[in-house]
Design a protein around this ligand. Sequence first.
Ligand SMILES: Cc1cc2nc3c(=O)[nH]c(=O)nc-3n(C[C@H](O)[C@H](O)[C@H](O)COP(=O)(O)OP(=O)(O)OC[C@H]3O[C@@H](n4cnc5c(N)ncnc54)[C@H](O)[C@@H]3O)c2cc1C
Length: 270
Amino acid sequence: MSRQQAIVVGGGVHGASVFYHLLSLGLERVLLVERKSLACAATGRSTGIIRHHYSHEVTVRVARYSSRVFSRFPETMGRDIGYVNNGLVFLATREEEGALRRCVEQQRRLGVDASLVDPAGLKTLHPDLVADDVSLASFERDAGYADPYSVTVGYAKAGEALGGKILLNAAVQDIRRKGDGFLVATASGEHEADAVVLAAGAWARTLGARMGVDIPVTSLRLSNAVLELPGGYARTTPTVLDLPNHLYFRPEGGHILVGDGEGLGDADPE
Ligand SMILES: Cc1cc2nc3c(=O)[nH]c(=O)nc-3n(C[C@H](O)[C@H](O)[C@H](O)COP(=O)(O)OP(=O)(O)OC[C@H]3O[C@@H](n4cnc5c(N)ncnc54)[C@H](O)[C@@H]3O)c2cc1C
């Protein structure tokens, strides 16, 4: 294979997005290398919630940009990603009211359609919610959810259509400097490139260390489960972030997808 302009390591949503965007910016020889299959790690297990409730301004700006990308994905990328604009409520206890108010103020300043909601308003938004201990909540009209696997495959296929190549089942074993570029050794052969993009998620630290680069990524183990309700659960019911109880949930195909909002630190990515 001829020398690549860029090799992207990791076929999760970030790697696939970088792969596509480098090609759409005009690069002609880009190779995506994935040790197993596309979206096989965090991406394939993600709850896919798209929200803007973050405390850092930069994250809110990035989320706002991404939210528009996801809502227009079928028109711009030609693929249905199961995007649903269901809105999101964020529950706070009395001690967290100040932080919630600041977060909503920041979102509004940055153009997000977010507002504070009292317990009566919460009942209107989500009649089934038992939230007696909640004194204040917020509602984000622009929040939604989508299927992370479809987003990843959408970017990967669009990148291939622009001439990019994808190598699956090819774990990168080593990345070394060679001349003014890099030599990337995989289980199925070696490849040269002008630049390497490391998008290996929880494995980035190990791979970075082999290149002499310290990437301060730590892993967190998160769990989720799909629960069936006898009466079903409408797909447009707002997502609920109940962080005081370390829980969040959203509709999933007529059922409820419940996630653990806390996780276990220092987990082994395997
Ligand atoms: C349970 C859960 C729920 C989540 N919910 C949400 C949510 O609701 N909203 C949200 O925005 N985010 C959510 N996230 C976070 C989100 O999933 C991640 O931020 C995102 O998927 C990370 O994508 P990535 O491409 O960086 O990493 P990954 O998807 O982990 O991709 C990294 C890829 O690198 C590959 N790789 C590793 N080592 C090598 C190697 N040596 N050679 C080649 N390839 C290699 C791996 O196989 C993997 O495919 C959730 C995550 C989890 C686990």
